[in-house]
Write a protein that binds this ligand. Sequence first.
Ligand code: GLU
Length: 465
Amino acid sequence: MTKITRFAPSPTGNLHIGGVRTALFNYVYAKQNNGKFLIRIEDTDAERSTREFEENIINGLKVLDIVSDETPIRQSERFNEYQEKTNEIINSGKAYYCECSKDRLDEIRSLQQQQGLKPQYDGKCRDLNLEKSENTVLRLKTPQEGASIFNDLIRGEVIFQNNELDDLILVRSDGSPTYHLCCVIDDRLQDITTVIRGEDHLSNTARQIHIQEAFGYPRLEYAHLPLVLGQNKKRLSKRDSVSSVHDYFDQGYLPTSIINMLARLGWSGGDKEIFSIDDLIKDFRIQEVQKGGAIFEPAKLDWINTNHLAALNFDKFKSKILPFLEKFKIDITSKNNSDDILQAMRTSQSTLFGIASDLRPYFHSIDSYDEKAVKKFLLNSKATLEYVQRKLQAIETWDEPSIDGVLSASQLALDLPIPKLNQPIRIAMTGSTKSPSLGLTLSLFEKDEVIKRISAALKYLSENS
Ligand code: GLU
């Protein structure tokens, strides 16, 4: 059967990691079933919803190639549809006006709490046949007996006793429809077949089934995803800034890595760790999603990103890193061996931002040395630096094999362990102890520049020791 799924964010915050996973699973499930994936903007909370958040969500998904098969609809523009459906439910007698004041509701709530009961509306107005007024809300006549039972593709049978679910509000006293009402109506009007969302919506599903039944709508298919947890095993919140997907783009995680990582949040299809969205469409099974919370591990994302970066051909890698180089004012046209430098450094870190940052000393002069590196290797290295500088100066053909030859001969002559010889030179060249093999690193610079940087390190030593 063709499936139609939807991702229905409320634009009250930026697109976060948990939201992307919900969108991804909806997208993949629809595509596996020759269906459609829709985005619906649930912006009925006018105070908290903004167009900026909406754009952030839609654009973020677009970067990840998760695109709605139809133009996304906005609930704030559909009040006529909700009004029409509201009239239907009023006429059917399955909803009623309630005039209970906030004070009364507060009072019964605190009384119920004192008695250790779950706070819920007591149904005072249920059979009073009240007329609509400016003080009334519209409530659903929820069945008082029996249970709301549904089959969840991940959890199996889920049961909510109806006496646990009170008569929920469908329309507020100001005439605005509530989330539950809009959601049920839109799911129907958009022919949604399958609702995939976070497990925090489990009880909402039971409530929405009651509304569907009041309208006589068919049952939908449901899957409730486990929560995404941080490493502290607590929920990753929308407000948690690092959970915003744009922060990951800014750090230089590839969209494909984010997709790969999110797919693994709660699902594992065999031992395969690295895959694309197309692999997912082929292999993902919603029934295999785990029930327990899924812990998001940043180190895992780094590992996945390293793999995805390594899989890019050089030209693709270059096009991906260019915007990050701009952030560091690195102009690759300023050097004729830029490609060699990029190639040598492309695995230096797990993110494009990190790699771009490591590329700075190859394009700009160094303005400082790493403090720890100085203490550990640079101080007391004057004689070594002077010796190697002299030997390097004498090289006629400036290339990696000749440089390697000089470095090995110097090591033997000075009788030093490799780090004691190499690290002071590395620090002189890059400011830190991290770079590709030293021969390669030096060959990426002009000989004059190497001599100049070693002189600068010697000057630093004379001023600081
Ligand atoms: N708008 C709801 C939210 O952002 C989601 C509703 C749904 O998926 O049914 O939590």
